[in-house]
Design a protein around this ligand. Sequence first.
Ligand SMILES: [Zn+2]
Length: 433
Amino acid sequence: MIWNDEYETLPREAMEALQLKRLRDVVDRVYATVPFYRNKLSEAGFKPGDLRKLSDLARLPFTTKSDLRDTYPFGMFAVPMEEVVRVHASSGTTGKPVVVGYTRRDIDTWSELMARTLSCGGTTSGDVVHNAYGYGLFTGGLGAHYGAEKIGATVIPMSGGNTKRQIMIMQDFGSTILLCTPSYALNIADVMKEEGIDPDALKLKCGLFGAEPWSESMRKEIEKKLKISALDIYGLSEVIGPGVSSECIEEKHGLHIFEDHFIPEIIDPATGERLPHGEAGELVFTTVTKEAFPVLRYRTRDITRLFPTPCSCGRTLVRMERISGRTDDMLIIRGVNVFPSQIESVLMTVEGVEPHYQLIVSREGSLDVLEVQVEVNESLFSDEIKRLETLSRRIEHDIKDLLGVSCKVKLVEPKTIQRSEGKAKRVIDKRKI
Ligand SMILES: [Zn+2]
């Protein structure tokens, strides 16, 4: 189901003309109103009016997370505070957060984008949307909330945590659409099983999961355990929050980027060079409609690739692959680039292994050591030691095969790895470098 027929199915030429017009407008605006951008653009020898074609975007300077920190809290705002109706902030555990602002029109844009996202999963005014994204400074909760209301669905503003109560509300209120992180969806499924609740007794039909990277095999696991369709959605507060891109239920393959608002690029994270469609690299966004907090060429640190293949859902929007890792999550182990999601994809192919794992990196002498702790299910764990050892060796072999890096696999008892009620902590890096 397509929320905005006009903009989600624009022919390529019309989309590019619209993007160019809006890009020129945003560059003019930030040049006039944000000292950071005026300086950056001047340093790059760029003046408003220099932007003639869409590919000139590649000449503009990047914006990084540290630029946003340096201008804390409101230095990147492009409108006076009287026009800002809302602020959100990133959940950084150390140091100052990144603060983002919205005008009334930005909130409308965001609601429209989340209405599109929810429609990608088939949400209509008849649905009961169970919103377990966190409410507060985090953009997930309120972003999804406004989108669901715009559609006219009934919203349950649950926020995260208290899993048993979540399940009770889902049963009693007849929740049909679930919104939360994918790791929390699994947590909900596990608690349901413990409580002896049959997923068929619930009315859930679809879940839109985001805010952390996850794998195709984790999708299958969630779909099987909760008996729903599970879609990947993407967004980040620096760009707008959730509502930047979404998978469609028709193909569940790649996330359509709402390109009339955000122009995506893929760059080589080491050189900053733009890469062609199909090549994997760092995802970069320029927001072309936002008023309070526009960003030019914001480096997301997320790794993916873009593909413009036509989709059976009818949207003409370019798709990005699910995020395969982050440039800053990327572990370099003995010189090899390793993403937690790659390890996860190996673990998910093994019978009896649960999707709860942690990577522990340490250093012995001058050598990096990677330990993969993963839970196995009850019946496997009570099995003979020899079988567990064989299984560990097999996983070690498969990881070495895929990544070219040796590791030690430790199978642990069910429920020994800490559960998340938000983003899962997958990596513990004990190296002191
Ligand atoms: Zn599609």
